[in-house]
Design a protein around this ligand. Sequence first.
Ligand code: NI
Length: 259
Amino acid sequence: MAVPTVPSLAPGDGFAVRLTDAEVTGFHEQGFLSIDRLTSEAEIAELRDIYDALFEPGAAIGKDDRLELAGNPDEAPVLPQIVNPDHYAPELLQTVAYQNAQTIARQILGEDMSPMGMHAIRKPPRDGGATPWHQDEAYWDPAMDHHAISIWMPLQPATIENGCMQFVPGTHTSEVQEHRLINPDSHGLVVTHPESVGPAVACPLPPGGATIHASRTLHYAGPNTTDQPRRALIMAFAAPPTRRATARSFPWQRPEWAS
Ligand code: NI
């Protein structure tokens, strides 16, 4: 099938993506989904320049929005993340990719879903570290049950070699496992017992494809061993969280995450 292209970042060019009923059912059964196309390679090519500019050392990104997930913040980036990239590049909100992501979020979460922001993780070539096994809910308020999805879109092919996403099917219905900080100076979490993680499914993607995963789905992305950066833009959405009947604590969270 020919891949349609969009001539600009303007939405509404007829490039609408909807999940099939079978895809929605598959997501709810497995806790993740991989789709070949969220937007065109043409839009991805335009986004790449915007994205790379955000990661330039001199880019005017607020201190709290520029995080290191795995390495030492004072040393060369290992797993650099920018939170709220759309605050600095609002054109990210005007993309076909974002329009389609919202459609998918409504299909999975319902009409009362809300956008929960974007983040960007750019793994440096050759020495970009792994994103170790974790569940996203481990970062969030333990008093609530969260009903959220993340839509992960690569801005170049995503492969095993550069760190495509990997998931453990069915873990979206499990409890949140024990986590710890990857290192005490970083902002990334890893499960305390990664050796017990079950068999994973790797999801290579073309540029402009996407994976979608739920709050508790165990996921991982390998190190980037290629000569090019591995760029991913992540768009998050959530239905209203619900208060838990039983208490739990997430002692691994950094104090500043409480809000
Ligand atoms: Ni994650």
